[in-house]
Write a protein that binds this ligand. Structure first.
Ligand SMILES: Cc1ncc(COP(=O)(O)O)c(C=O)c1O
Length: 402
């Protein structure tokens, strides 16, 4: 077998992106402006949402989507229900938005929040449920939205890993009240670093634009001063007695705008978005459909008929009874030039930062299992079926040698 290199992630920087970056540098207008607006428009179109607000990371997207709730009466310390298993940013974001995360275990088969355990976690302080479409596999949104409706809660999708995912005919990002994407380099639409919040609620859009810029009163979807060659904006002077509202701060905000150079990379990537998603999805399905051969030692996720998994990565779980550990498998893959990442950890019980919340090891058995036995590897657009075959062969070889 010929040795191959299977890196975890990649970035596609198109000629359009390079041209737009050059033009932005030439014009000296590189902070959030017309390219960010164009990126937002296109992103909203892809997701099927009326609003997209670009920010500087997926974590900021999570934070802002939740911080919107403060405009509607949510108090510091109110509770947000999140799955115990996710990249740690999900839990961090809840705290940075001024809330308390309340964790619910996941299902092993889907890696997503277990909908049957959500209602037991709801209290009088619960304000929202934030499911994560982990590894691009959509969470069980029908059940989650129905629970939220019964209890008058907001639902925020953490769709950081779910570009290109569909659930019952609708795109991730349009399945709840708000959704937060990461456009970090390993993701499908990438801006290098970045994130986007999508929503169909215009008022949320205005609040998000205010939040990303210190909470200022200026919230226009298209800022004519940033995007057009104008120097005077009449709307700016709508304060009492014609005062400038640009330095009126309506709420406690953040500083997390996307910049023009990042947006240029994202606009370029969108030209080849369909190709990227297809290539990655073909890679993913090639492996998922052949994964049964590793039973009973390894398992992964499955794509159901009513969904399309957003092809973010391939999760691999070492099952009970396997004659090897995750560390041994990881090292074998890495020595075979297949880059790996762990499948995260139970935030409340395996990430020390959350220890102060008082959860005890054993409370989230499925998430904790993944914390010890899960890993994930790349499916990106610079890889092909030959690379996926290489991965399958290396896994077979490893199992034979143990
Ligand atoms: C599920 C999830 N949420 C949030 C984030 C945070 O995104 P970022 O790294 O862009 O801040 C990530 C990162 O990839 C993620 O996987």
């Amino acid at each position: 077998m010929q040795k191959r290199t299977v890196p975890f992630g990649t970035i596609t920087i198109t000629d359009t992106a390079k041209r737009l970056i050059g033009e932005a540098l030439e014009s000296k207008r590189i902070s959030c402006g017309k390219l960010v607006r164009e990126f937002e428009d296109r992103f909203a179109g892809l997701v099927g949402a009326s609003e997209a607000v670009a920010v500087s990371s997926g974590t900021d997207a999570d934070i802002l989507a939740l911080a919107v709730l403060h405009d509607f009466g949510a108090q510091q310390g109110d509770e947000i229900i999140v799955p115990a298993l996710s990249f740690v940013a999900t839990g961090n974001a809840v705290l940075h938005a001024g809330f308390t995360p309340v964790f619910v275990d996941i299902e092993r088969a889907t890696l997503n929040i277990d909908p049957t355990q959500i209602e037991a976690a709801i209290t009088s302080k619960t304000r929202a449920i934030m499911p994560v479409h982990l590894m691009g596999k959509p969470a069980e949104m029908d059940t989650i939205n129905a629970i939220a409706k019964r209890h008058n809660l907001t639902v925020v999708e953490d769709a950081a890993e779910a570009h290109g995912a569909h659930y019952k005919g609708k795109a991730a990002g349009s399945l709840a009240d708000l959704a937060a994407f990461s456009t970090y380099v390993a993701h499908i639409i990438t801006t290098g670093e970045g994130g986007v919040i999508t929503t169909n609620n215009e008022e949320y859009g205005d609040i998000l634009r205010s939040l990303r810029s210190h909470g200022r009163n200026c919230t226009c979807k298209r800022c004519i001063m940033n995007t057009d060659e104008v120097t005077y904006c009449a709307k700016r002077f709508r304060g009492k007695g014609g005062e400038d509202v640009r330095f009126t701060f309506d709420r406690i905000g953040y500083s997390c705008k996307m910049n023009e150079l990042e947006a240029a990379i994202g606009i370029g990537a969108m030209e080849v978005y369909d190709e990227i998603v297809k290539k990655r999805h073909d890679n993913l399905i090639h492996v998922l459909e052949r994964f049964d051969r590793f039973a009973p030692y390894l398992s992964t996720i499955k794509e159901e008929q009513y969904e399309q998994i957003g092809p973010h990565a391939i999760p691999i779980i070492v099952n009970e009874g396997a004659p090897f550990t995750r560390a041994e498998l990881t090292q074998y893959l890495e020595k075979s030039s297949i880059e790996t990442r762990t499948l995260f950890a139970s935030m409340p019980t395996q990430c020390p930062g959350f220890a102060y919340l008082g959860y005890k090891l054993g409370q989230f058995p499925n998430a904790e299992y993944m914390g010890h036995h899960g890993l994930h590897i790349g499916v990106h657009q610079d890889l092909g079926i030959e690379d996926m075959e290489y991965v399958l062969q290396i896994l077979s070889q490893f199992i034979k040698t143990t």
